[in-house]
Design a protein around this ligand. Structure first.
Ligand code: R5P
Length: 292
C-alpha cells in the first residue's frame, strides 16, 4: 500500500530520488527535462504529486540551471500539496554564505528566499558547507551528516594505522566526528586560499604523526581538487602511507580526478549527492530517516 508521500526528482538527482521513493514505498513521479536552444529548461512531470511531496534535486553544475529546475519543481508541487519537502543533498551557493571581501553579495540569502517563495515547507540538506549557510534558510531546515555512512565504508578497508586529516581548520569538527566514529585520531592542516585567485597553499605544520600511516583526507566537497591535491602533496612529503580522499560532495570539476591521482591519492570516496563514478556511499537511508 502506498504511503502518503509522492517523490519526484530533477534529472540531476533521479537515481537518488528513486531510491528514496522505494524506501518510502511511495510513488515516484518522473520529471522530463528539455533544454531549449537558448538554455531555458522546460520541465514536464509525468504525474500529479499527491500527499506530502518530496522534491529531490542537488544543485551542482550547471548550478543556475539546476537551481531554477529545483524551484520549478517545488512551485509545481506546491500547487497540489501544502507540504513540500525539498531534499537538496548538495546545496550549491552554500559557500556564498558571507561576504569575505567588500561588495561581495551573499547569494545564499537570495537562494533561501527563493525556496521559501516557491513554496517549500521544509528543506533537508546533507553536510552543508557551513551552519551560517543553513541559518539563511527561512523555513524549517535540517542538515544531515553523511559521516556515519562514509565511516562504514572505510571500516571495510584494511588501512594501516589510519589517521584522519582535515585539509583546513574549518573542517575540524567534521574530521573529529569522522575520527571518533572510525576509532582513530585526527589532525588538521593549515590551508590558505587567496580570495582573489582561489589559489590554495598548505602551511607547514611540522606534524610527525603521519609517518607511515594511511591517511583519510576528509572534506565536505571536492571541487577543483586544489585543496585535497595540496594536502596530499604535503602529507606525502611527510612520508605518510596511502592517501584516501573522502568527501560528501564530489563535484570533481575539470581535471580534478587526474590532479588528485598525480598528487598520490589512492582512491576518492564520495556519496551519491552528485552522480559520478566516485559514488560509493548511498545517502538514501539517512535521507529517509530525516523525512519520516
Ligand atoms: C572549502 O572551505 C571547502 O570545505 C572545500 O575544501 C573546498 O570547497 C574544496 O574546493 P577545491 O576542491 O576547489 O579546493
Amino acid at each position: 500500500m502506498l504511503t502518503s508521500f509522492s517523490v519526484t526528482g530533477g534529472t540531476s538527482s533521479e537515481d537518488l530520488a528513486k531510491k528514496i521513493a522505494k524506501k518510502l514505498k511511495s510513488k515516484f513521479i518522473k520529471c522530463e527535462l528539455r533544454v531549449f536552444p537558448d538554455g531555458e529548461s522546460k520541465i514536464t512531470l509525468a504525474g500529479i504529486p499527491k500527499g506530502k511531496v518530496i522534491v529531490v534535486q542537488s544543485i551542482y553544475p550547471p548550478v543556475d540551471s539546476n537551481l531554477i529546475r529545483a524551484l520549478s519543481l517545488v512551485s509545481q508541487a506546491r500547487k497540489n500539496s501544502s507540504q513540500v519537502y525539498v531534499v537538496i543533498p548538495y546545496l550549491g551557493y552554500a559557500r556564498q554564505d558571507r561576504a569575505f571581501l567588500p561588495g561581495e553579495i551573499i547569494t545564499m540569502d537570495l537562494v533561501a528566499k527563493m525556496f521559501k517563495a516557491a513554496g517549500a515547507s521544509k528543506i533537508i540538506v546533507v553536510d552543508i558547507h557551513s551552519m551560517i549557510a543553513l541559518d539563511h534558510l527561512q523555513i524549517p531546515a535540517t542538515n544531515i551528516s553523511a559521516v556515519g555512512e562514509l565511516v562504514k565504508y572505510f571500516k571495510k578497508l584494511k588501512l594501516k594505522d589510519p589517521l584522519v586529516v582535515s585539509p583546513d581548520k574549518g573542517g575540524i569538527e567534521r574530521a573529529k566526528h569522522f575520527a571518533k566514529n572510525f576509532g582513530t585520531d585526527f589532525i588538521h592542516l593549515e590551508k590558505h586560499r587567496d580570495r582573489k585567485t582561489g589559489e590554495v597553499t598548505i602551511k607547514s605544520t611540522n606534524y610527525h604523526e603521519v609517518n607511515g600511516r594511511d591517511v583519510v583526507l576528509v572534506d565536505d566537497m571536492i571541487s577543483t581538487g586544489g585543496s585535497i591535491m595540496k594536502a596530499a602533496q604535503y602529507l606525502k612529503k611527510q612520508k605518510c602511507g596511502k592517501v584516501y580522499a573522502c568527501c560528501t560532495h564530489a563535484l570533481l570539476i575539470g581535471d580534478a580526478e587526474k590532479k588528485l591521482k598525480k598528487a598520490g591519492v589512492t582512491k576518492i570516496i564520495s556519496t551519491n549527492s552528485i552522480p559520478c563514478k566516485t559514488n560509493t556511499v548511498d545517502l538514501s537511508p539517512i535521507i529517509v530517516k530525516a523525512i519520516v
